[in-house]
Design a protein around this ligand. Structure first.
Ligand code: ARG
Length: 467
């Protein structure tokens, strides 16, 4: 296909150069956004009298037919075209002749591509938001069913203090809620129109940039034309938002991997969301969780690609920036897949409450509560801490637990101990006495859960309003 810019050149392009230069193999996924942008641009050109009303409507309706033909598959994308922008303009010109050639008036591919990628990202942010919402809801459901499921909480991966499974998973719900909010903020910064920036210095035609932005449902226009075509910060921000989501998913995955081992056996993954081994018949592997953890690396890689690609670029557009697309598309595709599968995996996993409780009952995770008991009886905390530590050491020697010591044994360590010590170190009491905002007690956790539920309800309302 002859190049549209083939005017000042006296030699044909080397075919390897075309392969190297071309982005159609990955940017054709933006065909809808490209057409949307061109439709708004053509309508504006007509309205402002830059092209005739008649030409403007011919272009708009032909662009709509091209869209239909692409969607139905009757118009295959030409892999030899340089990029999706050139391809669509080429088809338009083939179909409309001179009228088609008027579309690119007052526009450059630089502002065109900057607009297309913004429109594309905006749609993808919406679909990531929907997946994140589903995940938060799934976590809330798991929490609701487990407000009484006592388990050990860990620090340094050593049993530390008793919490409940509800309390534990809600920690992740709050992380994903912040991720959600971050995405909505990125969406606001993404939703402005750079169209009209031209190659970098706008145009001499009396265009109406605001009209284009409005037509496209964007909040406004970029305020400086050099900035409009030069930056990809919104896209890097999106890749960062995805990286954080992946970091949270990856940590959660790591726990699922540990918890589904026989050593923990806190959860059992559904057969539909685990895989077997080709040699060891007994195996049931948490591949999804492992792949989520693994794919986190490549999404960090995509973010890094974008950051490094941009770091030394002089203003304004440089071809290096064509490299933005594969990186951000890879980050989008993979994080969406991870969100979706991770969500179904945890929705279907079985929670082994007995195993969690058993683990909570050994490992002296009520040793702090034993010390707090002495403090309530008047002892300074540091002394109480020592006595509780000695009791733990005594239990370890006898291979027993704090719950199983006799009152006489307790009183060998301090005569402040009375029969109510058993109540004080009872696991459920240890949890429910931590009734501070944010804590593991049932009332505390129910309040946290209600916050998550109202977050979800708010999002539902916003979605309904936007429809
Ligand atoms: N395919 C290019 C990209 O993705 C489109 C913009 C090209 N502009 C130019 N002046 N060569 O960035």
């Amino acid at each position: 296909m002859a190049k549209m810019w083939d005017a000042r050149f006296s030699k044909a392009e080397n075919p390897r150069v075309n392969d190297f230069n071309s982005s159609i193999s990955f940017d054709s996924r933006m065909y809808r956004e490209d057409i949307e942008g061109s439709v708004a641009h053509a309508a504006m050109l007509g309205k402002c009298g830059i092209i005739s009303k008649e030409d403007s409507s011919k272009i708009v309706s032909e662009l709509e037919s091209i869209l239909n033909d692409l969607e139905s598959g009757t118009l295959p994308v030409d892999p030899e075209a340089e990029d999706i922008h050139m391809f669509i303009e080429q088809v338009l010109t083939e179909r409309l002749g001179d009228v088609g050639k008027r579309l690119h008036t007052a526009r450059s591919r630089n502002d065109q591509v900057a607009l297309d990628i913004r429109l594309y990202i905006k749609k993808e942010i919406e679909s990531v938001l929907a997946l994140a919402e589903e995940l938060i809801k799934t976590i809330a459901d798991i929490a609701e069913a487990n407000t009484d499921t006592v388990m050990p909480g860990y620090t340094h991966l050593q049993r530390a203090q008793p919490v409940t499974f509800a309390h534990y998973v809600l920690a992740y719900a709050f992380m994903f809620m912040r991720d959600y909010d971050r995405l909505t903020e990125t969406e606001i910064r993404t939703s402005v129109s750079p169209l009209g920036s031209g190659a970098l210095a706008t145009t001499t035609y009396p265009i109406d940039r605001e009209m284009v932005a409005e037509e496209l449902g964007l909040y406004g226009i970029t305020q400086n034309s050099i900035d409009g075509v030069s930056d990809r910060d919104f896209l890097i921000e999106f890749a960062f938002d995805l990286s954080l989501i992946m970091m949270h998913l990856s940590r959660f995955s790591e726990e699922i991997i540990l918890w589904s081992s026989s050593e923990f056996a806190y959860v059992e993954l559904d057969d539909a969301y685990s895989t077997g081994s080709s040699i060891m018949p007994q195996k049931k592997n948490p591949d999804i969780a492992e792949l989520v953890r693994g794919k986190t690396a490549r999404i960090y890689g995509d973010l890094n690609t974008l950051l490094v690609m941009m770091k030394g670029l002089p203003l304004a557009y440089n071809k290096d920036m064509q490299e933005d697309k594969e990186a951000v598309f890879d980050a989008i595709d993979n994080s969406k897949m991870c969100l979706e599968l991770f969500c179904s995996m945890i929705r279907t996993m079985k929670v082994n409450r007995n195993r969690m409780r058993k683990a909570a009952a050994s490992g002296f995770i009520n040793a702090t509560d034993c010390a707090d008991y002495l403090v309530r009886k008047g002892m300074p905390f540091r002394d109480a801490y020592k006595i509780s530590g000695k009791l733990v050491s005594y239990c370890l020697g006898k291979q027993t637990d704090l719950e199983l010591l006799s009152l006489d044994e307790y009183r060998q360590f301090s005569d402040l101990f009375e029969a109510d010590i058993y109540d004080a170190i009872n696991l459920d009491n240890c949890v429910n006495r931590r009734n501070v905002p944010g804590g593991p007690s049932k009332t505390s956790v129910e309040y946290q859960l209600s916050q998550v539920r109202s977050f979800l309800a708010e999002k539902q309302n916003e979605e309904a309003e936007n429809k």
